[in-house]
Design a protein around this ligand. Structure first.
Ligand code: NAD
Length: 454
């Protein structure tokens, strides 16, 4: 099939490269000229494992190209996908990128295939595709819904850091649509994944499925953090032991032929500095704000957000407890990306932690293997020294706060001098036994004192 993908960010570009890999002809359209020229040179503008390889292959075989000219891209296309950003701003989801893309698309639709499907892949609140995108499409094109135009909502569930695998081995495919021909064309698009569970549903349900998924995962994280924050204050309790034991409930990790299955969802039932990234923070808030327009309050989800907002200051609190005061202290931040495997720093807990530390007059020396440039661009206002040399950072600070669980930090204790330094483990990623002054989210300090006495 010939498909056009509008927006070549984390979702658009990964989808484009994977659709090309499974045999489709893909044109990426992006408003950013440097993104377009990088893609056409076979280079990935984002860091994502496996993407440079499949992107390079697709570009050199001619099955994928990029442009900023939507009108040339759309000629004879069967499906166009909108995968532009949907940020949260001024108290609700900002659909501006979606409406602009829909209008641009509608105005060139006369050049597309006889029956053309416009599919929204971005995460949008219920009603967006049916009540906002569809009317824009019919208003500015000469096409009639169900006659020469179909609309679909096809949420994306990939996670940064494992995006290619997630796309190529999807948990499920959701096709929201309101007519049979659109369902057929969308099913053809995904026919390569014939064994994957596919749910064909209404446009609004498809939109709601994505929010519900993200709300559940965010809830598990905040639940774990609430348990961790209490555990930290209880004599001798470690939330990691508590939660690891909870994981062993066979309804969470079943025993199959006497072998324990450990589902990926358990990684969300773990203490830390809170969730970040381009999805959970904005999607939880957008759902709450949408629910308000429907006369609902979503008290549980409000608490999820509230707990998450507190995690960075609790992490800084651990550093304060260790050093007495932070004024003039040199703090090493290990990890800037919101999670390992990506260079994405949107809503990263590292940023909130750094801001709080700077407020207390601490000096910041920050390390990340790949996200330093993105962090610099996003935090011009912050006085931070960055270095990609882990030895340099650890040798020049009074305390270390681990914020992202990059694999290179696993052996932190082997760097000379580090095992004697105060360490705040914001991800419960390190072995406390390897450090003399270890504090971790959810770990009672009395526990370390008792271990020392034993
Ligand atoms: P992104 O910010 O990385 O990329 C968006 C791209 O769209 C940018 O390159 C921008 O230049 C381009 N763009 C904006 N308006 C345009 C227009 N009119 N024409 C052409 N290009 C345009 O965004 P993302 O992280 O890929 O997220 C896209 C959507 O997917 C969001 O709704 C997000 O919530 C959702 N989503 C993201 C992830 C993720 O892990 N990042 C996962 C699932 C779903």
């Amino acid at each position: 099939m010939k498909i056009v993908i509008i927006g070549s960010g984390y979702v658009g570009l990964v989808s484009a490269a994977c659709f090309a890999k499974i045999g489709h002809n893909v044109i990426c359209v992006d408003a950013n000229p440097s993104v377009v020229s990088m893609i056409n040179s076979g280079l990935s503008p984002i860091h994502e494992k496996g993407l440079p390889e499949i992107l390079g292959e697709a570009v050199s075989s001619g099955s994928l190209k990029a442009t900023n000219d939507l009108s040339s891209a759309i000629i004879n296309a069967d499906i166009s996908m909108i995968s532009v950003g949907t940020p949260f701003s001024n108290g609700s989801i900002d659909l501006n990128y979606i409406t602009v893309a829909a209008e641009q698309l509608a105005k060139v639709l006369h050049m597309a295939a006889k029956y053309h499907v416009v599919c929204v892949k971005s995460t949008v609140i219920p009603g967006t595709t049916r009540d906002i995108v569809s009317p824009i499409l019919t208003k500015y094109s000469n096409r009639e819904l169900g006659v020469s135009l179909g609309v679909s909502m096809n949420p994306e569930f990939l996670s940064e850091g494992s995006a290619i695998d997630d796309f190529m081995q999807p948990d499920r495919i959701i096709i929201g649509a309101q007519d049979d021909l659109t369902v057929r064309l969308m099913s053809d698009l995904y026919s390569y994944f014939k064994d994957t569970d596919t749910i064909v549903t209404s446009l609004n349900s498809a939109e709601m499925i994505k929010y519900t998924s993200n709300a559940l995962l965010a809830t598990l994280i905040s639940f774990s953090n609430e348990i961790a924050n209490l555990s930290e204050d209880i004599d001798g309790v470690d939330a990691v032991d508590v939660l690891n034991a909870v994981h062993l409930d066979r309804r969470l990790s079943p025993l199959l032929l006497n072998e324990r299955i450990s589902p990926g969802i358990l990684s969300f039932l773990y203490p830390g500095t809170g969730y970040g990234g381009s999805c959970f923070p904005k999607d939880t808030k957008a759902l709450i704000s949408y629910s308000k327009t429907m006369g609902h309050n979503m008290n549980l989800l409000r608490s999820v957000v509230e707990t998450n907002v507190k995690q960075p200051s609790l992490t800084v609190g651990l550093a304060r407890k260790e050093l007495g005061k932070l004024d003039g202290k040199r703090v090493g931040i290990l990890g800037l990306a919101f999670k390992p495997g990506t260079d994405d720093v949107r809503e990263t807990p590292a940023k909130h932690i750094i801001e709080l530390l700077i407020k207390e007059n601490a000096q910041i020396l920050a390390h990340d293997p790949i996200a330093i440039e993105n962090m610099r661009e996003n935090t011009h206002h912050l006085d931070v020294e960055y270095s990609d040399d882990l030895n340099y950072v650890t040798a020049n600070v009074d305390i270390i706060i681990l914020v992202t669980s990059w694999p290179e930090y696993k052996k932190l204790h082997q760097i000379p001098g580090v095992s004697d330094m105060p360490i705040i483990d914001g991800r419960r990623y390190l072995n406390p036994k390897n450090f003399k002054k270890y504090r971790g989210i959810g770990r009672s300090t009395s526990l370390d004192q008792k271990l020392e006495k034993l």
